[in-house]
Design a protein around this ligand. Structure first.
Ligand code: URA
Length: 215
């Protein structure tokens, strides 16, 4: 993959969070009241993975299972991601997994907590934490999975459907690979289409392979 195809995106929003370890950043995030989502969520769900991870994968926000467990990508979308990472030949434990928004946003219906999409203000406020994670980790590649991650990292000029598989760069210079969110695969009713889309997602993920140093 050539670095000559990098496109520029807008700066990650927000003043700089301090902290020199992911652990200290995570501790600070527990007290986050930058938007209202902390009011109803069980807890903040911070990123997880090695501080020297060459690749950071960014999703949208924690789901119901993640909100309870306090860990990212442990529910159905996380299981789908695990399957696809394995198919792509990527070891999840070598990646840092995080979300654009760190609190679960939901609507309560018939005692069920249904995922609600974060709005642009929530995405922008939470970009403070994502920027801090990236500053500490200094990854070789960031994988933006879905529109919310993309908006947080690159603003609104980049589109998942039009730009998937391409490399962009944040103004701070982090390369960003665009792809779909794994939950998209879970929502496809037609099994044939779901298989086809899963293969496309795996092909996108394989583009991250050159960014891992040889073990
Ligand atoms: N979806 C996400 O975007 N992130 C998670 O952690 C789980 C589901």
């Amino acid at each position: 993959m050539s670095s000559g195809i990098f496109h520029r995106g807008p700066a990650l929003a927000g003043p700089q969070a301090s902290g020199d370890t992911l652990e200290s950043l995570h501790q600070q995030a527990h007290a986050c009241e930058r938007c209202d989502l902390y009011r109803n969520a069980t807890q903040v769900v911070f990123g997880e993975g090695p501080m020297d991870a060459p690749v950071v994968m960014v999703g949208e926000q924690p789901g119901d299972k993640e909100d309870v467990a306090g860990r990212p990508f442990v529910g159905p979308a996380g299981h789908k991601l695990d399957v696809c990472l394995a198919e792509a030949g990527i070891d999840r434990s070598r990646c840092y997994l995080t979300n654009a928004v760190k609190h679960f946003k939901f609507e309560e219906r018939a005692k069920r907590r249904l995922h609600a999409k974060p709005n642009s203000g929530e995405i922008q406020r939470c970009a403070y934490w994502l920027a801090a994670e990236l500053r500490l980790i200094q990854p070789r590649l960031v994988v933006a999975m879905g529109a919310t991650a993309l908006t947080s990292l690159l603003g609104r000029n980049v589109r998942v459907t039009r730009d998937r598989g391409k490399l962009f760069a944040t103004p701070s210079g982090f390369p960003v690979l665009v792809t779909v969110h794994p939950s998209f695969l879970l929502r496809l009713p037609d099994p044939e289409e779901a298989r086809r889309e899963q293969s496309r997602f795996v092909e996108d993920l394989k583009k991250a392979l050159p960014f891992f140093p040889a073990p």
